[in-house]
Design a binder for this molecule. Structure first.
Ligand code: GLY
Length: 437
């Protein structure tokens, strides 16, 4: 079987690593050394749909797995399906669960899906200003389309006050940030965020272990929001602050969403990523992604015991049964160039001692780096993910942290991800949320 993976980052490196007993092809926008060694590749834009289609046809691709959201938004799945190529990824219409936040919130309301929150969609400044002046809770402002994770702003955290909120709305509407002159304003949720990813075959949702990402750049959850500095998962598929009851509730929300999407725009096939906030009264949906998470793909895929290619086939055929995972904990830490996310130093050589990393039982997944003549160069974005796997989060963290010393260059990472201190802080925070009025 010929399988095409579309995408360039550590998420796609983890996907490629999971493909066994198949001829692997890839389209990536720069020379990711991890993907390059596993596949026959073409370096070109993932958003050039005609280019992807031609490469797929030329190489007699049987199945395509789409990593990032941008080509999904453009309809890559619709295009490949037209020429008979099955895809792990939703159609353009079904991907609106990620690419159109107004569609997603309206779906929850229309289908009475649990985990909904107070929200309103606006396309003009006057109505928004009135809402901001009269709403008596903290709010979050989101452009309705894709912003690479950088468009969401919380009043009281990223925006000082109501006036700053109005200025940001003006900027979104006037400049069509995310491609639309629309914003969603939502109530601010208090609690602990977590991720549940699932394989979806159009009807059935088969969930993966929960994980928790760390969006802030610096230790102690300080600094600017990034694409995610690292993540962890626990040996029981839950998290130290997330019990089975609330995990199951989250999966039920995802199943109800998949049923509703089918009803509205047709079946959802691919990976569904639910980002939830565990609040005092249970999980609420923060947002969906129509793909694996990055870094969270690196927590779940190395633990997958069921054949990944078999799962992908059953997603396309609509008959997925199960996905089994090793009962291990994982910790992933992203190594990023100094200055990331605002002004990451691009074009710097980094030295990655892979054999030492593997000898120390850790894994390495390359992200936004470019290999030229056996040297690895940074871009302005995340460089590579190191993953430790162990019987406990603490053991996985030690394996991961120890391996980070085998990457040298003008780089940094968050040492605190997965440490007992930070995990305990999360648990205590959740306790205080439960006790709050
Ligand atoms: N972990 C954030 C994302 O995948 O978008």
């Amino acid at each position: 079987m010929n399988i095409l993976v579309v995408g360039t980052g550590a998420r796609e490196h983890a996907i490629c690593n999971s493909v066994k007993n198949a001829e692997l092809y890839s389209i990536m926008s720069n020379n990711n050394p991890g993907i390059a060694r596993l596949s026959k590749f073409q370096i070109s834009s993932e958003k050039d749909l005609n280019g992807v289609k031609k490469f797929a046809l030329d190489n007699k691709i049987d199945m395509a797995i789409i990593g990032p959201e941008a080509p999904l938004e453009m309809g890559i799945v619709d295009e490949l399906q037209k020429v008979g190529i099955g895809c792990v990824g939703p159609t353009k219409a079904a991907a609106r669960i990620e690419t159109d936040k107004a569609f997603m919130r309206d779906l929850f309301d229309k289908h009475n899906i649990d985990g909904s929150i107070v929200y309103k969609v606006f396309d003009n400044l006057e109505d928004t200003e009135e809402f901001i002046d009269n709403f008596d809770q903290d709010i979050v402002i989101k452009p309705i389309g894709l912003t690479g994770g950088k468009g969401v702003k919380i009043v009281g955290e990223h925006l000082e006050d109501g006036q700053a909120a109005k200025n940001y709305v003006k900027e979104i509407i006037e400049n069509k940030i995310s491609g639309h002159a629309q914003v969603v304003i939502e109530e601010r949720l208090l609690g602990e965020e977590f991720t549940v990813q699932a394989f979806v075959d159009g009807n059935k949702v088969v969930p993966m272990p929960a994980a928790q990402d760390h969006p802030h750049a610096y230790e102690g959850d300080q600094g600017p929001i990034t694409g995610g500095m690292g993540s962890y998962s626990d040996n029981n598929g839950l998290l130290p602050f997330l019990d089975k009851k609330n995990y199951d509730k989250s999966v039920k929300i995802m199943q109800d969403t998949v049923n509703a999407v089918k009803n509205e725009v047709g079946p959802y096939k691919g990976i569904l990523y639910g980002q939830f906030m565990l609040c005092k009264d249970g999980p609420k949906l923060v947002e969906y992604n129509a793909r694996f998470g990055d870094p969270e793909a690196m927590n779940v895929l190395p633990l997958l015991k069921t054949d990944f290619v078999g799962i992908c086939e059953s997603i396309i055929d609509g008959n997925i049964k199960k996905a089994e995972f090793e009962k291990k904990a994982t910790v992933c830490k992203y190594i990023v160039p100094k200055g990331y996310p605002e002004s990451g130093k691009a074009g710097q050589v980094i030295d990655v001692n892979e054999s030492k990393i593997y000898q120390n039982s850790a894994l390495v997944y390359y992200a936004a780096v470019n290999q030229i003549d056996n040297k690895i160069y940074t871009s302005a974005s995340r460089a590579l993910g190191i993953v430790g796997i162990g019987d406990s989060i603490s053991e996985a963290e030690k394996i991961c942290e120890n391996a980070t010393k085998y990457v040298q260059g003008d780089i940094y990472h968050r040492k605190d991800i997965g440490t007992n201190d930070l995990i305990q802080k999360r648990v205590e925070h959740m306790k205080s949320i439960r006790k709050s009025q």
